[in-house]
Design a protein around this ligand. Structure first.
Ligand code: HEM
Length: 415
């Protein structure tokens, strides 16, 4: 008798997130099985379909039948649980402009175009010197220490200080910005409780207040910072409202902060797990660019994004109805053997690396050039200063949030 394959249950809900310790530690055994056996997995606990094959993920990201506006999701579906109808729900403030990443055309096209006028390649390139300066200052503070927390002492403060400098926001607000962006990020949680929701709302309100004051100041006295550029983009074409500028600033703060921290943290962790690759990078620092791309593939900071089906259809043999949420696993797609040879190997010289760490299609990460610049300069400077870096005895701890994958604590020995 031919043995029948046992029916295996797949995890669902929090079991498919970093809330589950085994999944948090290494999600790839589960992703591999899903990709092979159930590439479009109905996760009834969270009201979503989880998509794990590269081909499907990329196709959905680039196809207009799927949108990102959470308000178009069916009641009870995952996207509603995560994004709600507005983070200021219940604050008494009904004014809400959805973030760019949760907007559909034509709003998305208009907002993205205007933001691109402010967030230019030239503006990003101009940050190279400040990134190097902040990195050097943080590294100088480590002189004489034998052990640090790579997140708290380096990868955390670097992007916050840079995005604040880019926006022209004073150093005195940097700690607040960091706190607010973490509270907002914690709020994008399908299982958030009342306390988390209030913290999210308070952070959003406080950040909005600071951005509103800054917009008003810059209108009176423009500078050469990002907020002034957004004000100008508005005034010349009369198209970006104050609310839109504030929403864009909040998104840049959240999108540009923790993600870049996580890229560096996950990247250093991968290097410490693969000593031969670390050694190679130390010997040949020019490999830093392809090493950063491999970090983005191998352990990507945003593990998944989501889209709403705008029409009924079938995907990977699975019926999908208008309003359904599709969770697109960037992490699973980035380890798809159909696209990446030996996908679970961390290879800083990987030649063909079309990873989806920054997404794809119309919402592809607008801040990718800045993230790459910060990681290239930041990681390069750290490894040059502390080539003996190694794991400390104290254990590292990963964050337990659903889709922002990174470390809360990553202790390392410097010498
Ligand atoms: C390693 C760091 C980063 C990673 C991994 C990352 C990842 C992503 C991903 C996956 C998306 C697409 C989401 C989707 O399609 O639903 C995205 C969008 C976006 N990112 Fe990033 N990001 C990073 C850094 C940054 C930085 C530094 C900024 C700006 C300061 C930024 C600003 C944005 C914005 C504005 C969008 C929305 C674009 C749109 O909707 O058109 N990101 N990012």
């Amino acid at each position: 008798m031919t043995p029948t394959r046992p029916t295996v249950d797949f995890p669902a809900g929090p079991g498919l997130t970093a809330r589950d310790p085994a999944f948090r530690d290494d999600p790839h055994p589960v992703y591999d099985r899903l990709r092979d056996e159930r590439p479009v997995h109905h996760d009834a606990d969270y009201g979503r379909f989880v998509v794990t094959r590269y081909r499907h993920v990329r196709q959905i990201l680039r196809q207009r039948d799927f949108g990102a506006d959470a308000r178009k999701a069916s009641a009870g579906s995952y996207m509603r649980r995560v994004a709600g109808t507005g983070v200021n729900e219940g604050s008494g403030d009904t004014a809400y402009a959805p973030p760019l990443v949760l907007s559909d055309d034509p709003d998305h096209r208009r907002l993205r175009l205007l933001l691109s006028k402010a967030f230019t390649p030239k503006a990003v390139e101009a940050m190279a010197a400040p990134v190097a300066e902040v990195a050097a200052e943080l590294l100088d503070r480590m002189a004489g220490q034998s052990e640090i927390d790579f997140i708290a002492d380096y990868a955390g403060p670097l992007p916050t200080r840079i995005i604040a400098a880019m926006m022209g926001i004073g150093r005195e607000h940097v700690d607040d910005l960091k706190r607010w962006s973490e509270a907002i990020l914690r709020g994008y949680d399908p299982d958030r409780d009342g306390v988390t929701h209030r913290a999210l709302r308070d952070a959003y309100v406080a950040a909005s207040r600071l951005f509103r004051e800054t917009v008003e100041t810059r209108r009176r006295a423009p500078g050469d910072d990002l907020i002034s550029a957004m004000v100008r983009a508005r005034d010349e074409a009369d198209r970006l409202s104050d609310l839109e500028i504030i929403s864009l600033c909040t998104q840049l703060l959240v999108a540009g902060n923790v993600t870049t921290t996580d890229l560096m943290g996950n990247g250093l962790n991968a290097l410490l797990d693969a000593p031969a690759e670390l050694e190679k990078l130390k010997q040949r620092p020019t490999l830093i660019e392809s090493a950063i791309e491999e970090m983005l593939r191998f352990d990507c900071p945003i593990t998944e994004t989501a889209r709403i089906a705008h029409t009924d259809g079938t995907l990977g043999g699975c019926p999908v109805t208008q309003g359904d949420t599709l969770t697109l696993s960037l992490a699973a797609a980035n380890h798809d053997p159909a696209v990446f040879a030996d996908p679970h190997r961390f290879d800083i010289e990987r030649a063909d690396n079309p990873h989806l760490g920054f997404g794809s299609g119309i919402h592809v990460c607008l801040g990718a050039p800045l993230a790459r610049l910060e990681a290239r300069i930041g990681m390069g400077a750290f490894l040059a200063r502390f080539p003996q870096v190694n794991r400390a005895d104290r254990a590292a701890r990963r964050r337990d949030l659903p889709f922002f994958r990174g470390f809360e604590v990553l202790p390392v020995r410097l010498r």
